[in-house]
Write a protein that binds this ligand. Sequence first.
Ligand SMILES: Cc1cc2nc3c(=O)[nH]c(=O)nc-3n(C[C@H](O)[C@H](O)[C@H](O)COP(=O)(O)OP(=O)(O)OC[C@H]3O[C@@H](n4cnc5c(N)ncnc54)[C@H](O)[C@@H]3O)c2cc1C
Length: 289
Amino acid sequence: MKPTPFDYAAPRTVAEAIALLADPARDAKVVAGGQSLIPMLNMRLARPELLVDITRIPELTHLTVDASGALHIGAAVRQAHAAADPAVRHGWPLLAAAIKHIGHPQIRSRGTVCGSLAHHDPAAELPTAARALDARFVIAGPHGSRTVPAEDFFVATFSTAVGQDELLSEVVVPPPPARRGWAFEELTRRHGDFASVGVAVLLERDPGTGTVRTARVVFSGAGPVPVRLPAAEDALVGTLVGEEPLAAARRAALAGLAPSDDIHASAAHRRETAAHLLVHACTTAWERC
Ligand SMILES: Cc1cc2nc3c(=O)[nH]c(=O)nc-3n(C[C@H](O)[C@H](O)[C@H](O)COP(=O)(O)OP(=O)(O)OC[C@H]3O[C@@H](n4cnc5c(N)ncnc54)[C@H](O)[C@@H]3O)c2cc1C
């Protein structure tokens, strides 16, 4: 199929882009990498009258670390660029690892980090990584910018806090703690497919006791938004991540996750897989601490 006719605009500033998105006379939509939107246009699942291409806006091309050590990724930054960036690989390896699971190199070289976050497929890697890393989302609109924490950004499947007349201008990832280990694991039927379920784990080692000081466990494919599981985190904190804490974390995943059935996997299979991935990811993260 071919898309319904649409106009195309390539503004040079965020203000111009917002003015186009906020124009009540036209149904406008942001296009970034086009790796999700163009297939949706071709299948006529989306029928915007105007595409607003934000990848030519110089204000949105930054990939920087600020004085506090936080990482800023502008809306025009491609996934492949972020994954290859030395600062990202060194400071936020969970992010770089999550991106490497996305589709294929062709997808990652066009798709943007913020586009994946704004699109918010519940099986996608980046929303899960962003939730695990406590990212903040800067949303630009007609009345200025606002910052939304990760727990409030993802609203439902394919739905976020970004309004129709707004755009996600950047994602900000806090500085990484010292002595932290990480892992990102997922199960796909074939290389490059969307995962049926995945998990991001971050563990921080207490330098005094040598045990886990903080833990973060977030699943993809387990609900309409990235699912954080505090019961699994509690099972790990204060331990040396041995057999018993891992078994407790596994039990917490089996008891606490409520994924749904679809054509790719049953809910029971997803839950069992998630629990298995969690044990593996915790072991890997602890080895990296
Ligand atoms: C064959 C194939 C395999 C793929 N496999 C995976 C995979 O395994 N894992 C995965 O996570 N993704 C996968 N993707 C999707 C890919 O990651 C997309 O790049 C991503 O979902 C969207 O990013 P984009 O920059 O291409 O956004 P676009 O396609 O341009 O836009 C997607 C949606 O987000 C909106 N949008 C984009 N940027 C912004 C912004 N800054 N502010 C507000 N709204 C915005 C658009 O209006 C649109 O609704 C795959 C895609 C393809 C074609």
